[in-house]
Design a protein around this ligand. Structure first.
Ligand SMILES: C[S@@+](CC[C@H](N)C(=O)[O-])C[C@H]1O[C@@H](n2cnc3c(N)ncnc32)[C@H](O)[C@@H]1O
Length: 323
């Protein structure tokens, strides 16, 4: 796949070159073996995107904005619109592609704005974005001047959404791979910054997740960890009995002091919480690009400070630490 060949050219002078074959095999495996029946449809949508080039790329604004309507005919714009709709639901964004506003379920730019004042500069850095979804934040990392951003996400739909965007920004060094953190090659401690946002609470073994992130960081490299939290002190953790906010796969939601302790016990230093925020129904909501239920439907209608299961409503913290 040409897209990943460009990645392999760029990693020539990084330790990633040692695992290039393994990465390529994992890409092939994911696209061949993990096909859930929709992949063909998504691939056709990708193949039907018109070939257009653009110089209009903005990665430092709320919308990841690529192309202008004036780069193409109205007919081509309509063709893009139809293909992008086949790639629904669009969860993380927003994007503007040739002036088509992809109003995603999440205002992911709000999270980005909360964390950027606190992170180490990304200019010329090698960055890993674990659980990157469609890659919205990965594009924003490139917008901050990162030398290379590697995103990983096991969802083939999100990877196809990324590929649709990447088609029109082929020279921006952002590459989203179709696999999980557990599938990343081991013993390549080469990343200057590793982001794990919105993933930890999905893991049955959060400590192993933290150790795997650490394993990929350079000495002194920076971990940016964003996850669900509860209010409370050390030793307080919510383990939902079944679903949390209608999600089946939520395992551990610690208090901030407990989460800091986990990160410290994994050997990270300089661990600090830089932001806490209760997710609002303006930040996560249904839109024409994501027609399913969203946060408002997951909250108790009589008291939106609680979920439908009567757990505390989603609150998130951003933790920063160094290896
Ligand atoms: C809640 S979304 C967060 C997306 C984005 N990082 C953000 O903060 O907006 C969680 C993402 O993590 C991915 N994910 C789940 N388990 C993962 C794993 N073990 N390794 C990497 N990604 C994973 C999911 O496919 C999903 O796209």
């Amino acid at each position: 796949m040409k897209l990943y060949q460009d990645f392999f050219k760029l990693i020539d002078e990084t330790p990633l070159i040692d695992v290039a074959t393994e990465l390529q095999q994992k890409v092939d495996y994911a696209f061949n073996q993990r096909n859930n029946g929709n992949l063909q449809r998504w691939r056709e949508a990708y193949a039907n995107l018109p070939d257009v080039q653009t110089k209009h790329i903005r990665l430092d604004t709320s919308h990841v904005s690529i192309g202008k309507q004036t780069d193409m005919t109205l007919q081509q714009q309509e063709q893009i619109l139809q293909q992008l709709k086949i790639l629904k639901p669009w969860r993380k964004g927003p994007y503007k592609l040739f002036d088509i506003d992809i109003d995603t379920e999440w205002r992911s730019d709000w999270k980005w704005d909360r964390l950027t004042p606190h992170i180490a500069p990304l200019k010329n850095k090698l960055v890993l974005d674990v659980g990157c979804g469609s890659g919205y934040h990965s594009w924003r990392m490139a917008g901050e001047g990162a030398k290379l951003v590697m995103g990983i996400d096991p969802s083939l739909l999100f990877v196809m959404q990324y590929q649709a965007v990447k088609k029109y920004a082929p020279n921006v060094p952002v590459f989203v791979f179709p696999f999980s953190l557990e599938e990343m090659p081991k013993n390549i401690p080469c990343f200057d910054s590793v982001f794990s946002m919105g993933v930890l609470y999905h893991r049955r073994s959060p400590i192993d997740h933290l150790l795997s992130l650490q394993n990929l960081l350079k000495p002194n490299g920076e971990l940016v960890l964003e996850t669900l939290i509860i209010e409370g002190g050390e030793n307080q953790v919510l383990v939902p009995r079944d679903r949390y906010a209608k999600m089946r796969n939520v395992w551990f939601i610690p208090s901030v002091p407990e989460l800091i302790k986990w990160v410290q016990r994994c050997g990270f230093k300089n661990v600090r919480c830089v932001d806490m925020n209760q997710t609002s129904i303006k930040e996560q909501r249904s839109t024409p690009w994501m027609n399913f239920e969203s946060l408002a439907d997951f909250l108790n209608p009589d008291n939106p400070d609680f979920t439908t299961e009567n757990y505390p409503a989603p609150r998130r913290a951003i933790i920063i630490a160094n290896k």
